[in-house]
Write a protein that binds this ligand. Sequence first.
Ligand code: COA
Length: 234
Amino acid sequence: MSTIDVELVRSANATPIEVTVALMNTSAAKKSAGLLLVLFPFTHLPGPLLQFAFGLVKSNLMHLYLDAQDTGWSARSKMEEMSDKDGRYLIAFKREGLSEEQASKVISHTDYTPLDSDTPVGYLYYIICMQDSYDDCDGGMGGDGKAPVIYCMELQMTPDARNLGLGTAMMQMMEDVGRGFKLRRGMLTAFKKNEGALRFYKRLGYHPDLTSPSQCMSERRAGRYSYEIMRKGL
Ligand SMILES: CC(C)(COP(=O)(O)OP(=O)(O)OC[C@H]1O[C@@H](n2cnc3c(N)ncnc32)[C@H](O)[C@@H]1OP(=O)(O)O)[C@@H](O)C(=O)NCCC(=O)NCCS
């Protein structure tokens, strides 16, 4: 594992949240339709928002987890996965009387004063980490095949907040953060049965990583796995 890559990850995770917010705000991504976007480090995410995030992945995807023989659903391990100390949550809120200025940029949790009317409607949860990612066509794999990546752990919208361009904008902002920190790629995992989401990610330029079962195993063995690991060079 290259020490330069490890240092990239360490310094990205140690960077003040305001710098990450600035990277999101220089993104060409179209800001979301009349919503307030707030970036929280996991360590400062209020409990009710973590519960919202957990509840939304449960209501959106639990049926796919239960259907998957290789993963199943465990509330405990899902909550652990959603509680990485280096994790960042970009949360979209519906707010009454939101000004155009407020809707035009992402703000840091330090500038966020919650109002009673604020309703969370979707989020992206990512971590910056070293990840197995064997592929040398977009910049090479370092040493043992671990690469510094920005990993989209969850992207979840409530049904009313879908198809507004929010998911696309959040993914582009995440990728701009990855580029800003000189990370090599964006990655995510999606259920093969989540066809709509796979189409969505493919359209954004993601394709199966060489570590994905579909790429590194025989068709018969890969068939036992319910998920695809996707990546995009940044
Ligand atoms: C997948 C998801 C995050 C996309 O976010 P979004 O804000 O709706 O995405 P956008 O509005 O930017 O883009 C929507 C596009 O994706 C397509 N799409 C997204 N999810 C889809 C789904 N489940 N079924 C069919 N199409 C879907 C839409 O058709 C649309 O394409 P179009 O513009 O050509 O019509 C959102 O639909 C969602 O939360 N789905 C449920 C949870 C989920 O599957 N999350 C992904 C886990 S890996």
